[in-house]
Design a binder for this molecule. Structure first.
Ligand code: M6R
Length: 609
């Protein structure tokens, strides 16, 4: 939550900061601001609202400076307002701070600083950082920052500069991510690489308790004690064009359409087709781990947990091992019991979700191994897990996850097949059937994407509804959860998801003509059961849209509308059934004029608890 960017170099600083903030806006967008270093002063511009509002304010009252910091906010402490927008300053307006995270002991620090005479102007926890640095400032900004850090508790990534120690930006990390871009005569610090790639592909990822001083000579890395660190500079493969909309109206729609390629990319190099084998060596985990584990514990949040639920079914069916799915936010605080022969699978698109990272840390050392499935190279979760399997989905900008969900399911299918193979579980020809069908999925998704018209038309019919029910069973129960989440988060329509068999235990009381049902009914082992479930809904005047096999002519007698999907291997239907649900949510939200890529109250990367 919140995006930070800082720049020092020959370019005009304000446009660099604004462009950077636009790339980071998915992290929070309720207020934004920039601060630049003028001669002997700090020039600030802050607004409530999005980066576009900041741009407008800067157009009316331009500011210029030699270097600077920018911030886009997702409010934690203090409501969204111009006053609470970052950057924040000390009493004299000579030290400027941007912050991502939460200072947990800010109330104690604030009352101490107030007692010492510091004057606070905002409701934020961040402002204490500016005053702490002011308190400790003796001429060296990095020393003052270090002294301030030693008193701060919580999670933070900060960027700071000061009038009285000019020519430098200091940044520090404990928790939320910070990346440093190392260009030709210029240096950028940012919450993620998106804001850096337009300038350089060469980056260094800060670890917790690391700081960096950016000046004319480039970045100087050190730990919180001031000990210099020799940081590895990595070359990033993503290119800036991957973050453009490429003619699509929204990033979300573009990302839905990228799913066939994402599956191909995530499978690439991980299948040995002549041997019918899955290759998991690149995870870095020894093959014995996959052979010897007897259980899997999957930990994630939100959409990633829905992929985890699909993974549970795949692991049970293909690898024959029990698998539990846990919400990271619950797991981290439980007295959980983790067997030594369990594999912990951590799923996170961003690799930075605070709860997921904390759950990984809690689980580490207590299980056979930890394996991260993430889209973010060198993210905290990727670095801290013992093994990592990257989803090659490319940057996902839409706050609602779509292509990364599909990529996570693909990675989980590979893990399930790899474990089955290592254990010799099941028959080779059954695994081969799944492998072959995985490779056909991109083409089948393309077939769905080639006929979006009827889904868009259908969305028009339901644009004014307030409630929706999503039903699925077995491997498609998680898809019901995911479809409902997509509708909720981008269209703000209330949607509930249930396993079909649960309806009669209470939720069926909700059914009337104002609550349509989206039912996922491919021809699988629970097809007949789902037919009974929807018959019970029809008997109560419920309207039913079915996502069903295109060759299932009989389904039309049971439901009101059918969205057809191509038939596939029963275990892999979620890869297809999720696509119409993503599109349905998208078109409803579009018709409602919602802010699809940046839905209200949300942020892409949830780096606070
Ligand atoms: O980056 P992560 O996969 O760890 O994020 C987890 C959730 O915050 C995320 O999936 C969230 O639910 C999305 N808004 C879903 O669209």
């Amino acid at each position: 939550m919140c995006g930070i960017v800082g720049y020092i170099g020959p370019k005009d600083v304000v446009p660099v900061l604004i462009e950077g903030l636009k790339k980071l806006e998915y992290r929070g967008y309720d207020s934004a601001g920039v601060a630049v270093a003028g001669p002997g002063c700090i020039r600030l511009c802050r607004v409530q609202g999005k980066v576009s509002a900041l741009e407008e304010a800067l157009r009316k009252s331009p500011i210029q400076g030699a270097y600077g910091l920018g911030h886009t906010r997702w409010a934690t402490h203090g409501r969204p307002s111009e006053t609470n927008a970052h950057p924040h300053v000390d009493c004299k307006g000579e030290i400027v701070v941007v912050h991502n995270g939460i200072i947990e002991n800010y109330l104690a620090l604030k009352s101490m600083l107030k007692a010492e005479g510091h004057v606070f102007r905002t409701e934020t926890d961040t402002e204490v950082i500016a005053h702490l640095i002011e308190k400790h400032f003796r001429g060296s900004l990095e020393e003052a920052v270090r002294a301030a850090l030693s008193t701060m508790e919580g999670a933070f990534a900060i960027g700071v500069f000061a009038v009285k120690d000019p020519g430098k930006i200091v940044a520090a990390k404990l928790g939320p991510p910070l990346v440093v871009g190392v260009g030709d005569g210029e240096t950028i610090v940012s919450s993620d690489i998106n804001a850096i790639l337009a300038h350089t592909p060469r980056v260094a990822f800060l670890e917790d308790r690391e700081m960096v001083v950016l000046d004319e000579a480039g970045p100087h890395f050190m730990d919180f004690q001031g000990k210099p660190i020799d940081k590895k500079i990595e070359q990033i493969q993503w290119n800036p064009l991957m973050i453009e909309k490429k003619g699509f109206k929204h990033f979300m729609l573009k990302e839905i359409f990228e799913q066939p390629q994402v599956i191909r990319d995530t499978l690439m190099g991980r299948l040995s087709l002549d041997q019918g084998e899955v290759l998991l060596d690149e995870t870095g985990l020894p093959p014995a781990v996959f052979r010897d584990i007897r259980k899997a514990v999957i930990i994630a949040c939100g959409t990633s947990s829905h992929a985890g639920f699909v993974g549970k079914y795949l692991l049970e069916s293909l690898a024959g091992i029990p698998a539990d799915v846990e919400y990271a936010s619950e797991y981290r605080y439980r007295d959980f019991i983790l067997e030594k022969d369990a594999l912990v699978i951590i799923i996170s698109q961003s690799g930075e979700t605070a709860d997921t990272l904390a759950a990984l840390r809690a689980a580490k050392g207590r299980a056979a191994a930890t394996l991260a499935i993430t889209n973010a190279v060198s993210s905290s979760i990727a670095r801290e897990a013992q093994g990592v399997l990257y989803t090659h989905a490319g940057p996902e900008i839409g706050v609602a996850a779509t292509k990364t969900f599909t990529a996570q399911m693909t990675a989980l299918a590979l893990v399930a097949l790899g474990i089955a193979q290592a254990k010799g579980a099941g028959r080779v020809q059954d695994r081969m059937a799944v492998i072959e069908e995985l490779q056909r999925l991109p083409h089948k998704i393309e077939q769905i994407l080639n006929r979006v018209g009827p889904i868009e038309e259908l969305a028009k019919q339901f644009v004014a509804f307030f409630h929706f029910l999503y039903l699925g069973r077995w491997v498609n129960f998680p898809i019901a959860l995911e479809g409902a989440l997509k509708l909720k988060e981008i269209s703000y329509i209330h949607a509930e998801a249930y396993a079909g068999g649960e309806m009669k235990h209470g939720p069926i009381a909700l059914i009337d003509e104002k609550m349509p049902t989206m039912a996922i009914i491919p021809k699988d082992r629970v097809y007949e059961k789902m037919l009974s479930n929807i018959a019970e809904i029809k008997a109560r005047s419920g309207f039913i849209i079915a996502v069903a096999d295109e060759n299932d002519a009989a389904i039309r007698d049971h439901v009101d509308v059918v969205i057809p999907i191509p038939p596939t291997h029963p275990l892999l239907t979620p890869f297809l059934s999720v696509v119409p649900l993503q599109l349905f949510a998208y078109y409803i939200a579009a018709k409602r004029g919602a802010d699809i890529d940046q839905p209200r109250n949300l942020a892409k990367s949830v780096t606070v608890e």
